[in-house]
Design a protein around this ligand. Sequence first.
Ligand code: ADP
Ligand code: ZN
Ligand code: ZN
Length: 796
Amino acid sequence: MIAQVIVDVSTAAIDRPFDYSVPPQLEPFVKPGIRVHVPFGPRKVQGFVIGIADSSTVDLHKLKSVASVVDVDPVLTTEMLELANWLRDDTLSFYNDALQVMIPAALRANYSKICKFVRVDLLSEAMKQLLSRDGEVDFTNIEKNQLTHELKQQLDDGNASIETRIRQKTKPKLQTVYQVLSTSIELTKGAKKQQAVLTWIQQHDIKSFTMEDIQQHLQVTSSVVEALVEKEILQKTKQEIYREIALLADISKDKVVELTDSQLQVLEQVKEAQHQDVSTTFLLHGITGSGKTEIYLHAIEEALALGKEAIMLVPEIALTPQMVTRFKMRFGDQVAVMHSGLSAGEKYDEWRKIHRREVRVVVGARSAIFAPFENLGLVILDEEHESSYKQEDSPRYHAREVAKWRAQYAKCPVILGSATPSIESYARAKKGVYTLLELPNRANAKELPPVELIDMREQLKGGNRSMFSIELIEAIRDRLNKNEQIVLFLNKRGFSSFVLCRDCGSTVQCPNCDISLTYHRMGEALRCHYCGYEEMVPAQCPHCESEHIRYFGTGTQKVEEELTKLFPEARTLRMDVDTTRTKGAHERILHHFGKREADILLGTQMIAKGLDFPEVTLVGVLNADTSLHLADFRAAEKTFQLITQVSGRAGRHQKKGHVIVQTYDPQHYALVCAQTHDYKAFYSQEMQMRKAYQYPPFYYLTHIQISHPDVIQTADYAAKTADWLRERLTTSTAVIGPTASAISRIQDRYRYQCMLKYKQDPNLIPSLHQLLKMARTDWEKQGVRISIDLHPSTIV
Ligand code: ADP
Ligand code: ZN
Ligand code: ZN
């Protein structure tokens, strides 16, 4: 018996299966989809068995043998092995990377396989000898004693079972909690900060808190709090941080809604496809609150009723406790949840539930698309336009493409859902490649909130230099008076990466590409990432000669400070990377806001989606422009999506909502269309632009990045790459660049990039393969690294 093995080494020379003979005692366990240890050169390495054969082209006496097995049960199904094959082609990645991405990280570490028996009296004396006092024996021990055939027999007879145990490295996480012992102590006059803490405790009747909690409200350091511990006002304790996602609502309170007519129509079409043996891809375009999630839940129910399984993907950022709660309510223990907040061990636990068929639904972020179901009946991608569905390192796959592949394989439908579908997907639906389903109204008949665009140039002319317009300030004051809640959104996308004139609102554009030039701090330069054009940051605006031109950006912390000055009485919660660094912080902030312990929720992208709070009647977008001027052909699309998503947070229930969007460019079609909630108008304008400037979906792009510790070498090799490709590709393919990347140095490596723009080029894939091979064998020795992205989601 010969095993074909992909070894766990990602280099070009080794990117193919190697043959190994299988010793007789391992034969019962070696099959496609398990991992083995094999000798490789002087070392022993792990590898995936991708196939079994009777003979090998390698000389028998030269053939090495499998040393041991890592798994006793395949970790990859037949489908996954085929998928890996497709994946490596589609993403130009190593075979090994394509296989590794499909299994949970915990499985990459060592784990032990413990064998247990029901009736010990049925075992051989040799086996009995190995049993521990608990009646267990480690698989490696059985292997060493050549008792694998007996074990296999016992397994087949149902007298044995094998349990895998991950060696848990993760200890429970502890955090410091301060408990309030007494507040009736007089402090000395000088201790102002300590007094502030006491006042905060008294006013809010606080019993215990963490540093993080208090820093949400007060600017105090831990030394202030520690001083209060000294005075025995507070007591310091350690508590475990719970890993389980906190569920917001009572699980038993699932409300059954009657579907609207449009929901029923949509569901009917999906169900019909579920009963057929072909794969249909649906694009479900439904405005926020139109009841898409309700459709997903029903379609999943149908899949389960047909005895099949379902994968539901949501962007990491939208995997909120609210979302998870809804699925747990509907499907209870049938659901596994996979998100990045879980530890490696917990992720593995969830994966194992799927592997063992204990669950039939998985809700998760990108990587959940590799859930090892074998009877898939439905795949859903909610918010299909989200860029987090694309993995940015090898293998550079897009979950949407993997979803379609798996649905083809299983002959089941895919639903791509969004209020703001990606331009590419909508174009496909228009062409009939996808089936378009529409939900044009909110399910509860609540109207979408009015959106008001505020021209910040006018504010400046009127003498208002603050980041809050008069209109927004008044609206906030009004809601505070009425005791209603407010969400303020700071757009951090494209942050500080361009210069903007605050008088006329224009940015400096590339004369060739109609894209904002990107600001590079080094050398105060502006560069075009598409064509390499470069100029200095101007001292005056090229349009209106104002000197108020500077690179643009503010942090949430600065906004919070200004907010506190304007509204000292308002209680603000801030949600950004700084306040959500610790585990569970995200949920905690939302929980506090949901319980109305704060008036204002201030945050970045994180708050744009999925949240559903009845008392929010005002949404403010502080700076719509940052994402508008990203040096990316998707800048307008991303801005439209963002504004639409944030607007969807207001007035979802009884009270009417209102949205205020501040901008320096109120005429921009992305904003005008978002204001009128008009996706179709946006789509047709955007398509005109894409056509005129030759971007997707009219043309394809490929992004090539070269990096090296030395800047001259980087530029050299990038130029070499571009020239090499120009010689080989057809003349209709444009090779653009090389230019320095937006982040021109990461981890001491300089980065240059080239872009390919093409419609059809038969030479492309073969040339890229050749380029990769050359770069990975010869150039790598010179310290050069290359990466190729065939479907870049962003090109900044
Ligand atoms: P989407 O996913 O499109 O944003 P949801 O499915 O979350 O929309 O629905 C939005 C809100 O409307 C939710 O509170 C949901 O419970 C409610 N809802 C959905 N369908 C109906 C219906 N048919 N009747 C009444 N309420 C509904
Ligand atoms: Zn100007
Ligand atoms: Zn340019």
